[in-house]
Design a binder for this molecule. Structure first.
Ligand code: SAM
Length: 288
């Protein structure tokens, strides 16, 4: 390898972020590294071929994806130990972020191989930076489980998470996903749909979860492409947050039904959070 940049050296694994849509979103350093390394390990060589062609990068590629990573990683570690340099890229954004590469990076570090990150885009940070939700503390949940029961359980566990929640979602599940979020977090929780970031049809739309769900359901264009969903963190409701009307509904239902069922129905009628209504119901009952 010809070393033009004293920082770019052999025996090193470079973890290189690539664009999430707009081809211009790649750093000069990333291009330089991709040009100079001995090999590029790419999630999909055909897909990355277009990026490399655009930047006239002629470095040979090899495929490293979720199906061959475990088997292929040890041989790559040997090449790195022998002084070769390898750049790891994924189809889009930062490798390892809901993308392959974890096994290779873990093995490289265990083997004492130098691992150098070349930072750049990630849909998670890109979405957060423009969503208008709190960014001082957030949790990245990646993809929710595909199966409905597992998804409900995961969302239920997150109902009281006070940090901003960030999810990756596939276009064909977005409607179900938003419906499940309304159920778990309540229709009035604020959320953002960040779709096709950096691309022609980029959309960043903030609303209450219930309204967001209806908007996406009514417009099939909003169900297309690549999507990040961000949800405002839970905040402790003070007694005033359950407005008088919601409390009236809850009380009427509690005259005929157990608190849990009354809270569930009141949540559907008012759009407020089921758990908050349940807690209010228990408090009302205790004060009787
Ligand atoms: N490694 C990537 C990163 O750093 O963001 C993520 C790869 S993951 C397999 C793909 C998911 O990321 C998509 O399903 C979507 O949720 C999100 N994503 C990727 N590109 C996006 C974009 N341009 N706009 C919105 N979401 C995007």
């Amino acid at each position: 390898m010809t070393v033009h940049d004293p920082e770019i050296g052999g025996g090193t694994l470079y973890v290189v972020a690539t664009p999430i849509g707009h081809l211009g979103d790649i750093s000069a350093r990333a291009i330089e590294v991709l040009k100079q390394v001995d090999r590029i390990a790419a999630e999909d060589t055909r897909h990355s071929g277009r990026l490399l062609q655009h930047y006239a990068i002629q470095t040979p590629m090899l495929a490293l994806h979720e199906h061959n990573e475990r088997q292929a990683a040890p041989a790559l570690i040997e090449q790195l130990r022998a002084g070769q340099s390898i750049a790891l890229i994924s189809d889009a954004g930062t490798p390892l972020i809901s993308d392959p590469g974890f096994n290779l990076v873990k093995l490289a570090r265990q083997a004492g191989v130098r691992v150098v990150p070349i930072p750049g885009p990630s849909a998670l940070v890109c979405a957060l930076s423009a969503a208008g939700l709190a960014t001082d503390r957030f949790v990245f949940e990646g993809f929710l489980p595909a199966k409905a029961t597992a998804r409900h359980n995961r969302l239920a566990q997150l109902a009281r998470e006070s940090r901003t929640l960030v999810f990756y979602e596939s276009s064909h599940r977005i409607v179900d996903c938003l419906a499940d979020m309304v159920e778990a977090f309540g229709a009035s929780r604020r959320a953002v749909l960040a779709r096709e970031l950096t691309k022609q049809f980029e959309t960043i739309h903030q609303d209450e979860l219930g309204a967001l769900q209806r908007w996406v359901e009514a417009d099939s264009n909003q169900q297309k492409g690549e999507i990040v969903v961000l949800v405002e963190g839970w905040s402790q409701p003070d007694d005033n947050v359950l407005d008088a009307e919601a409390e009236r509904v809850l009380q009427i239902l509690m005259e005929e039904l157990p608190v849990r069922t009354a809270a569930k129905l009141a949540a559907r009628l008012t759009g407020l959070n089921k758990r908050d209504l349940y807690e209010r119901g228990v408090a009302l009952k205790n004060n009787e």
